[in-house]
Write a protein that binds this ligand. Structure first.
Ligand code: GLN
Length: 535
């Protein structure tokens, strides 16, 4: 058996939010398609233990792993590009590192010592990196360090990255630096100076990059590549242009064309094999050729940051390639509906289908409920996800069952008709971090239902992130009024899927199907939702 254990660190320069996660995911995918086993780790240098307690406006969506980790959205990119599930351990934060070190100190594991950032924090970082690499038996472990070089928060991680080369040897550790190259609009010139500065900063810390990925609005010319090579001491074959492309899934192809995978794998002393990319290219080709336009409404309350719903957006892309449609997303801010700034008739005129997005808390919830009412009454295809299912139940109880004050206890703890209420096991939970019903659970599907048609099987596994559920006391009434509960959790018989088949497509899930959607294996509810929206 091969035991390679190689590490590739990816740092960022100039500014954040330039798609470093996509770069890492793309390179890892190329290497994995050469036949090497890879895993990816995201380091987030913030003190939160995980992303679960943050508002999506901070860093975008909270991605949920099979094992119930609430992680950075980059893990979503990694899973989608690699087509493989990762664990919560693949997201390391400052909070996790310091938490462990402090716990160990209290247990007396460092007895007699002064516990310090170097070596105790850096040792803990290295331990966790090696641990993930070993557990995954991965030949090559990619480690993306969040933020940009020079941030105070990132320093211990960069120091650990530097030490890894001493510990494991030069042929087993490589460094990639991804930085932004601005285009001066006045002269149309690409400027390399900010990148030169960030590479200098990296070197000051003791890291010499082996590859530079230049993010820029336009393709980097050979001249610019030569200039970057000269200033950064990276051979020209290691200067890669990651210019803007219309579809993020094209990035691996753009990189392979320039020999990025070859440069990296050879730097690690391994043999290059041409990666098999035909299925990926077909997926993109279908996406580009899809020309039937449909308008899909995205109803949420974090709509000014579309990354808040990243996996849902991507799940739509995956399905649209499969069935050959070109969805145009119309973002509808639920708060605007609630405050009367936007009328439902106007919001949904020309809409072929709508997704009621996941969410938390009161703001915007009445807006979402009025949207659901309009969609249900006008027979417009609706896909409700998590909070979207819960609010569909509230709407149905109010307007079909006539329980005017029905609500979720999350929104009104004193409602006389708590049709959605706290999960039994949540009643004694008072710590909010990492305590929701999280991750993958089995769901049993009723034969003969729409859900059964969609999934084609009786048992599925999907990921969850919620504290509330449909109150079992109201199920009978809801079913008598025409609602179908077609999916139940295997443990405890809780509502997982709701459908209303008087309508063309009215389908809501307590789980989040978007987290398991992949370019080459789109999520079934999204496929059927889009199909219903074209017809
Ligand atoms: N706020 C709801 C709950 O906690 C729904 C959560 C969600 O949409 N992810 O149950």
């Amino acid at each position: 058996m091969r035991d390679l254990r190689k590490y590739v660190f990816v740092t960022g320069g100039v500014m954040s939010g330039i798609g470093k996660g996509i770069t890492v995911a793309s390179l890892a995918m190329l290497i994995s398609r050469m036949g090497y086993s890879v895993t990816l780790i995201k380091i987030d240098p913030y003190l939160n233990v995980d992303a679960g307690t943050m508002n999506p406006y901070m860093h975008g969506e909270v991605f949920v792993t099979e094992d119930g980790g609430e992680t950075d959205l980059d893990l979503g990119h990694y899973e989608r590009f690699l087509g493989k599930n990762l664990s919560k351990e693949n997201n390391i934060t400052t909070g996790k590192i310091y938490g462990n070190v402090i716990e160990k100190e209290r247990r007396g594991e460092y007895l007699g010592q002064t516990v310090q950032i170097i070596p105790h924090i850096t040792d803990e970082i290295k331990r966790q990196l090696r641990d993930v690499s070993e557990k995954n038996a991965s030949d090559i472990t990619f480690i993306e360090i969040g933020g940009t070089v020079g941030d105070i928060e990132g320093l211990p991680f960069l120091e650990a990255a530097r030490q890894m080369m001493i510990d494991h040897g030069k042929e087993n550790v490589a460094y990639i630096h991804t930085a932004y190259l601005p285009l001066l609009p006045t002269t149309g010139e690409i400027k390399t100076k900010p990148l030169q500065h960030s590479v200098n900063e990296l070197r000051r810390i003791g890291i010499q990059p082996d590859m530079i990925v230049g993010r820029s609005p336009v393709k980097l010319s050979e001249d610019i590549k030569r200039k970057i090579s000269l200033f950064t001491n990276v051979p020209e074959s290691g200067i890669i242009s990651a210019h803007d492309v219309p579809i993020v899934y094209e990035v691996p192809l753009v990189m392979e064309e320039q020999g990025a995978g070859k440069h990296l794998i050879e730097r690690l002393g391994l043999q290059y094999f041409k990666p098999e990319l035909d299925d990926w290219k077909d997926f993109i080709k279908r996406l580009v050729e899809a020309n039937k336009r449909i308008n899909i409404a995205m109803v949420g309350k974090y709509t000014s940051l579309h990354d808040s719903y990243l996996s849902i957006k991507e799940a739509i892309v995956h399905s649209s390639s499969l069935i050959g449609v070109k969805p145009i997303l119309k973002w509808i801010e639920a708060t605007d509906l609630e405050e009367g700034k936007l009328k439902v008739e106007d919001a949904f005129s020309n809409i072929n289908g709508a997704i009621i997005l996941p969410g938390f808390g009161k703001r915007g919830s009445e807006g979402k409920i009025s949207a659901i009412k309009y969609l249900r009454e006008n027979n417009i295809p609706l896909l409700g996800i998590c909070f979207g299912l819960q609010l569909s139940i509230v709407e149905f109880a109010r307007n079909v069952l006539g329980l005017k004050e029905a609500n979720s206890t999350e929104l009104d703890p004193y409602t006389p008709h708590p049709v959605v209420s706290l999960l039994e096991e949540q009643k004694n939970v008072n710590k909010l971090g990492g305590t929701m019903r999280l991750g993958s659970y089995p769901i049993v599907i009723e034969r003969g239902s729409r859900a059964y048609k969609i999934y084609g099987r009786e048992e599925i596994l999907e990921r969850h992130r919620h504290r509330y559920e449909v109150n079992p006391a109201y199920i009978e009434k809801l079913v008598d009024a025409g609602l179908v509960i077609s999916g139940w959790s295997k443990e405890g018989k809780r509502v997982e899927i709701v459908e209303y088949n008087k309508n063309k497509f009215f389908f809501a899930t307590q789980f989040h199907p978007e987290f398991k959607s992949r370019p080459l294996a789109p999520s079934p509810p999204f496929i059927e939702f889009l199909r219903a929206s074209i017809s």
